[in-house]
Each structure stands twice: as structure tokens, then as C-alpha cells.
Ligand binder design. Structure first.
Ligand code: SAH
Length: 274
């Protein structure tokens, strides 16, 4: 099925996270979410910090506060909140940035890339949980993640999925994620170095597909590799061409249903490997 023949629509009310509805009602159109902040901004914030050796940082309390804020901001999916309590974000960032790890902000991870904002990661996972297969089984099944970065979201996904296959196109980040995840308790994660635009046909079909990088549209390979009853959540160019939006695509026996969500700002989805 081509992109043009896919039905397009808004999120059904039941799928609209409360945080989005609130922000829209209170302040008009929400600010674009910025999961990947400009590096210059992140570097400026990093300079303001006293390097954190880990001493004096009550990271469990900071983590609990982060999850409480997510809950107050409308993330209600308990498995997602529990995953965010289980995975310690400060292990995935440079130790000099540890003090900021539980703020709702993206942080640099090298090569011009950043670890995504916790609220954006939580929101995308919550949407995956509302997919037909995930609702039926109570977990995300077999997940394909495009854009491993430092591996934080892969670790979260592994808490609520049967298996995670995560692809990164930048070899140093692929290696970084491998080192970071080796320190985590045993997880069903397969890390791949390659061009995620092609998906990963050998392990298809996937119950859930999530991308941390956005292109003009969702690559057709991802649609082909989505299971019937599966859900895909990814950033893509907005219909008016002026920014990025999150798109949610469900595959049914009849075809694909596509819904468009809020404005976002993710790093570009690039083809090839480096
Ligand atoms: N999931 C990460 C976010 C990483 S940022 C987290 O937990 O924070 C997005 C990542 O997507 C970058 O590392 C970038 O290199 C990667 N990326 C962009 N295009 C890609 C492609 N075609 N295949 C695989 N990775 C890609």
C-alpha cells in the first residue's frame, strides 16, 4: 500500500494522551516537543553544572520525582511509569551531566545526537501500548526501534516487551549503547549497526515499531514489517510541510490506519551508515 492510499485522520479521542489535551486547552497550540535539543543549548547547560561525581546525588529520589511529574503531566500507562522507575537514566549520559539526568530535557550523547526527553519517550511508549496487539497481550511484543542512540529507550522498551531489536546508523553510538546495555540486568535486546530506514526484515513482523529520528514520511519498509494488529509511532514531516508531527499507524487485516498527533522536533532520519 502506498503512503497516498493510506487513510489519514486525527487521533481518536481515546488515544489522545491527557497531557496533550490539557496543554491544548490551557495554552492554545502546544509548543513543539523537543526530544533532541540543539547541541549548543545542551552544551551551554552542561557548562552551568558543577561536575557530578555521583556523590551527593540522591538519584533514586530524583528518578521518583521525574516519574511523579510524568504522572501529573498525564502519563497514565502504569507499565511505562514502572519501566521509567526501573531504568536509571543517569547511567546513559556522561557523568558530568548526571545531575540533569532526571530533568525533562534532552542531553548530548556525542556526534551531534542527544538522549530524548523522558516525557517524549514516555508518550511514545504509551501510544505503542494503546495498539491492538499490545492491549491484547499487555506488553509491546516484538519491538523494532530505529535510532538506538545511547540505548536508554531500548532499555525502557525491554522492560515492557518480549524482545527489542534496535538499529543505529552511527557506529560509535552503536558501540556506546552496547557498553551501556551490557551493564544493565539481562535484557532481550538485539543491537544492530545499520540503516534503520530499511527496518530489519529477518526478524519481521514487529508488533511495535518506534523511531527516534524523523524523515519526510514513514519508510515503506517499516510498514511492510509491521504485524497485523501492530502499531508504529514515528516523527514525520507535518502535512503542511512546516515541521514534524508524530504519526501513529496501525495495521489491520484491511490495511493501514494513520493518525497524526502533536508537533515534535526529532533529529533527522538519515540513510546509510557512518
Ligand atoms: N533512542 C535514543 C535517541 C537517540 S537520537 C534515546 O534513547 O535517547 C536518534 C538516533 O537516531 C541518533 O543516534 C541517530 O544517529 C539515529 N538515526 C538517524 N537515522 C537513522 C537510521 N536511518 N538508522 C538508524 N539510526 C538512525
Amino acid at each position: 500500500m502506498t503512503a497516498d492510499s493510506r487513510p489519514k485522520g486525527r487521533f481518536p479521542a481515546a488515544l489522545k494522551p491527557v497531557a496533550v489535551a490539557r496543554a491544548t486547552a490551557a495554552k492554545g497550540p502546544p509548543e513543539p516537543l523537543r526530544p533532541q535539543r540543539l547541541l549548543a543549548e545542551a552544551a551551554r547547560d552542561a557548562r552551568r553544572l558543577t561536575p557530578a561525581s555521583g556523590l551527593g546525588l540522591d538519584t533514586p529520589a530524583m528518578q521518583r520525582r521525574m516519574v511523579e511529574r510524568l504522572r501529573q503531566d498525564g502519563v497514565h500507562c502504569e507499565p511505562v511509569l514502572q519501566a521509567m522507575l526501573a531504568v536509571q537514566r543517569h547511567h546513559f549520559v556522561d557523568s558530568a551531566l548526571a545531575a540533569q539526568a532526571y530533568e525533562d530535557t534532552s542531553l548530548p550523547i556525542g556526534l551531534g545526537q542527544t538522549i530524548s526527553k523522558p516525557s517524549v519517550v514516555a508518550r511514545m511508549m504509551e501510544w505503542l501500548f494503546l495498539g491492538p496487539n499490545a492491549r491484547r497481550h499487555g506488553h509491546l511484543g516484538k519491538v523494532l526501534e530505529i535510532g538506538t542512540g545511547c540505548g536508554y529507550q531500548a532499555a525502557l522498551l525491554a522492560q515492557v516487551a518480549r524482545q527489542v531489536i534496535s538499529i543505529e546508523r552511527l557506529q560509535p553510538l552503536h558501540e556506546l549503547a552496547r557498553r551501556q546495555l551490557a551493564r544493565q540486568p539481562a535484557m532481550h535486546i538485539q543491537l544492530l549497526y545499520g540503516d534503520g530506514m530499511l527496518g530489519h526484515p529477518p526478524r519481521a513482523p514487529y508488533d511495535s515499531i518506534v523511531s527516534a529520528a524523523g524523515g519526510d514520511d514513514v519508510p515503506s519498509a517499516w510498514l511492510a514489517q509491521l504485524a497485523v494488529g501492530g502499531r508504529l509511532v514515528a516523527p514525520a514531516r507535518s502535512p503542511d510541510g512546516r515541521g514534524q508531527v508524530l504519526v501513529v499507524i496501525d495495521r489491520t487485516e484491511q490495511g493501514f490506519h494513520r493518525a497524526v498527533g502533536e508537533m515534535v522536533q526529532f533529529v533527522p532520519l538519515k540513510s546509510g551508515v557512518c
